[in-house]
Design a protein around this ligand. Structure first.
Ligand code: FAD
Length: 463
């Protein structure tokens, strides 16, 4: 009933194409990319500006109707799935550049801009936005801010939060506030901008984002190196990190990850040697071709005393993209192969070998196969646990006990529950493994200050 009342009120301000209330259509908004949680919203709204967001939120707050903000729904932790019967606010119509100070490299944008469009917009004007998850062809900058999204090049460039210097927020009661500033230094009060980064739509709706950009790399090259054991590949990362070579990304892929891509797409640009256990895919940056060649030679020299098998070097942008395509297809190929559960583990880089041993030991104990790959230079490995032919009982045991066992060990190694995908609904049951009661109480207190009626993306993140 309340949702019908809300719809009538919203109709006073919003255009018909900004509201979806048809039950058949609402079904298609029930999932995010996690694919696990199914909840049909009672209403979908598309704001066109900050005033729309404020109008919708103030009315939701008054009627105590939960609202979940959503970007492109590519999240991998169930964090943009609506509360059943609640409001889903989709930001993709707010997709404009507001202003771009080309002198200082500061861009103000709306939260619904597709990240690849943002990247090419600034690149055409001589600037670089480096955050590059494989989803960036569809994911939106507001989603990136709220998950603190990262990607392969976060090794050199860090994650989204490093670039966010100011935000316009709409609070749960509809109040509009501004956080942050455009100066180079600030020691002025609590850093609310950074608090919002990674808050998964639980504290406020982001209505405007200001990003500080960097200069683009001049020349880039890619190297793919194979190793006969996990240890060899993962230990090489430690040496590469210390080498002083201008490396922007190091991705680790176990053999099974490449095999699964080979099963998904014909004509891969590499052949798997019989004794290869894993690969490192490395991006280098340089001041020009000569410099790049020297960097490649330094990588070769560095790896010479190490037990690597084969080195493949890109000789053109096209061959670089072919090598990266293998890495980018792993997620899609896994999904195509089987139902799976992704665990977004992060540990100190020196603990990576132990992490993979643990994952495989837990896999043996619970009888599952896992595909491990990811942003290893940051200690971040995506563990894809495959369901394959498991029945419901076996699968649910893995989801509850197997994953809890992995998380407990990750935390013992000094790691955390998620490196970039967030907590959402998926990892919320494990938050007590990471945080003590006093720590969770502080988080609950922050939530209560921002959202006293608990209407903003409730039941996510905090247990
Ligand atoms: C194939 C694939 C590869 C991926 N690779 C990576 C990767 O390498 N690195 C990585 O970090 N992620 C990766 N992801 C996960 C995902 O793309 C990121 O989490 C991304 O940031 C989500 O953006 P989105 O626009 O889809 O947001 P959504 O999934 O719609 O939302 C994500 C969260 O942000 C909140 N939100 C969205 N917009 C707003 C707003 N304006 N105000 C307040 N809250 C908001 C939502 O409530 C939700 O909590 C991948 C996903 C896929 C499918």
């Amino acid at each position: 009933m309340e949702i019908k009342l809300l719809e009538n009120i919203l109709n006073e301000r919003l255009q018909p194409d900004q509201i979806v209330s048809d039950e058949g259509l609402l079904d298609s908004f029930s999932l995010d990319e996690t694919g696990v949680y199914h909840a049909r919203p009672g209403l979908v709204v598309y704001p066109l500006n900050i005033e729309d967001i404020s109008f919708v939120l103030s009315n939701c707050n008054r009627l105590k109707i939960p609202l979940t903000p959503r970007g492109a729904g590519t999240g991998l932790s169930g964090n943009s799935v609506s509360v059943p019967g609640g409001v889903l606010m989709i930001m993709d119509k707010m997709n404009q550049v507001i202003s771009f100070d080309e002198e200082s490299g500061i861009i103000r944008i709306m939260p619904g801009m597709i990240v690849d469009l943002l990247k090419s917009y600034v690149r055409e004007r001589g600037w670089y936005y480096p955050v590059d998850p494989a989803s960036s062809g569809t994911s939106l900058i507001g989603g990136h801010v709220n998950t603190n999204a990262a990607g392969p090049h976060s090794f050199k460039y860090g994650s989204t939060k490093q670039y966010v210097n100011a935000l316009t927020l709409v609070m749960a009661d509809g109040t509009i506030i501004h956080t942050g500033n455009h100066v180079e230094k600030s020691s002025t009060g609590y850093n609310l901008t950074q608090l919002i980064c990674g808050s998964e739509g639980t504290l406020a709706v982001v209505g405007e984002i200001s990003l500080k950009l960097v200069r683009p790399p001049i020349t880039e090259g890619t190297v793919l190196i194979s190793f006969a054991s996990y240890e060899d590949g993962l230990n090489a990362i430690l040496a590469l990190r210390k080498s002083g070579v201008n490396i922007s990304a190091i991705e680790w892929m176990e053999r099974a990850a490449i095999e699964i891509v080979a099963g998904y797409e014909d004509n891969l640009s590499i052949e798997l040697e019989p004794d290869c256990a894993c690969h490192l895919l490395i991006d280098l940056e340089a001041k020009g071709n000569e410099d790049l060649e020297e960097e490649m030679i330094r990588i070769g020299e560095l790896l010479d005393p190490m037990p690597s098998l084969n080195i493949l070097v890109s000789d053109s942008e096209q061959s670089r993209q072919k090598l990266w395509r293998i890495r980018k297809l792993i997620g899609v190929a896994v999904r195509h192969h089987s139902i799976y559960r992704e665990v977004d583990t992060v540990v100190p880089v020196s603990m990576l070998v132990r992490l993979i041993e643990i994952v495989k030991e837990v896999g043996n104990k619970y009888n599952f196969r896992s595909i491990c790959y990811g942003h290893a230079a940051n200690g971040n490995i995506h563990v894809n646990i495959l369901r394959e032919n498991k029945d419901d009982t076996e699968w649910n045991k893995i989801l509850r006990e197997g994953i809890e066992e992995i998380f407990k060990k990750v935390i013992e190694l000094g790691g955390v529950l998620s490196g970039e995908h967030g907590i959402g609904l998926l990892n919320r049951p494990f938050m007590h493994l990471q945080f003590s009661e006093p720590e969770l109480t502080i988080m609950k207190g922050i939530k209560a200050v921002f959202d006293p009626n608990h209407i903003l993306n409730p039941d996510k993140v905090i247990p």
